[in-house]
Design a protein around this ligand. Structure first.
Ligand code: C5P
Length: 244
């Protein structure tokens, strides 16, 4: 069963992105045990450490968002999703540009992998348009639509292909919540607690504003992982989210 996110307090829907070497990720995660419910593992950490890194965080009680952004023929993506789900990943990503057949295969594979091991079915999320791409970059690869139109079209495709939801910037969250309805997962990076360094994020929102705009989950990385005390920053975010 997928988490019914509206019944989960917002602080338990904050995903800490551990984009750092394994030893550092483990030290940070240990400081967050019992506080944060979720961690995100991206390509850099996963390709360095392999699936053992997922078990390591699962054993500490975290839910794991495995952000590998699958994009291949349906048969390969089905296998990737099955393998990822069998390691215990609770959420995974793919490019919606892979098309309906690929996304359906991913959902099928994720279900198989989880059932094989007796795990809960993982959430499957679609990447609509990478935020690093603007209209000119889309045109270069043959997409004539503007960015917002393309985001909407790809989000609807993700939903009709059976995905749990999408990854989106906080600025797109309100529009996507209206488009996809109340149950879709809308997971937003680009979140900065009030007063935090912005870094290379462009379109940002505070944690509370992102949830109020319609995010089901938020991803926060460096404001927590680069802080002298990650636990204190997490506590401050949790306090800001009280009541949500
Ligand atoms: O450190 P920071 O809070 O910026 O981390 C954000 C996380 O969200 C990173 O893991 C990054 O890969 C991811 N992300 C992002 N912007 C996007 C999509 C994903 O920052 N548009």
């Amino acid at each position: 069963m997928l988490e019914n996110f509206s019944e989960t307090p917002a602080k338990d829907r904050v995903i800490v992105a551990l984009d750092c070497p394994a030893w550092e990720a483990i030290v940070i995660a240990d400081a967050l045990v019992g506080k944060a419910a979720w961690v995100k593992i991206g390509m850099t950490l996963y390709y360095a450490e392999g699936p053992a890194i997922i078990s390591l965080f699962k054993r500490r009680g975290f839910k794991v968002f495995l952000d590998l952004k699958f994009h291949d023929i349906p048969n390969q993506v089905q296998g990737a999703a099955r393998s990822a789900a069998a390691t215990g990943a609770d959420m995974m990503t793919m490019h919606t540009l892979g098309g309906t057949a690929m996304m359906r295969a991913a959902v099928e594979g994720a279900g198989q992998g989880a059932r094989d091991r007796g795990y809960d079915e993982p959430a499957t999320l679609g990447i609509t348009v990478l935020t690093s791409m603007d209209e000119a970059a889309l045109a270069e690869v043959g997409v004539a639509r503007g960015v917002p139109e393309q985001v909407r079209a790809q989000a609807l495709l993700a939903q009709s292909s059976g995905l749990t939801g999408v990854v989106a910037s906080p600025q797109e969250a309100r529009m996507l919540r209206e488009l996809l309805g109340q149950e879709a997962f809308i997971v937003t990076p680009g979140v900065r607690p009030a007063g935090a360094e912005v870094g290379d994020q462009r379109r940002i929102a505070t944690p509370r504003a992102a949830f109020e705009a319609g995010a089901s989950h938020i991803v926060v990385g460096r404001p927590i992982t680069k802080a002298p005390s990650p636990a204190d920053v997490f506590d401050a975010i949790a306090a800001e989210l009280e009541g949500l």
